[in-house]
Design a protein around this ligand. Sequence first.
Ligand SMILES: [Zn+2]
Length: 91
Amino acid sequence: MNRPATYTIRFEQVTRTAVRKGKCTICGKSGRRQTTIMHTVNPFNRNKITGEPKTYDEVRKSVWDEAMAWEAEPFAHPRCEREAREAGEQR
Ligand SMILES: [Zn+2]
């Protein structure tokens, strides 16, 4: 991957698709859903411990960790979740 010779300031995006699949915890049917985790490398995205702006690798790790955490959650169809939530609110 070649980078342009001229230096341009841009906020580099780090994205990763996270996929959650399995049997729905509500209706029992299997399915899958996915989301895109996206962070940018920018001066305001700082490492909480050092206070320094995160490097590309640090941002990539944050995206990875967030995607893994999202995938680790039990799968439920968005529609089932909504219906369950609405049913709960009616009680
Ligand atoms: Zn379901």
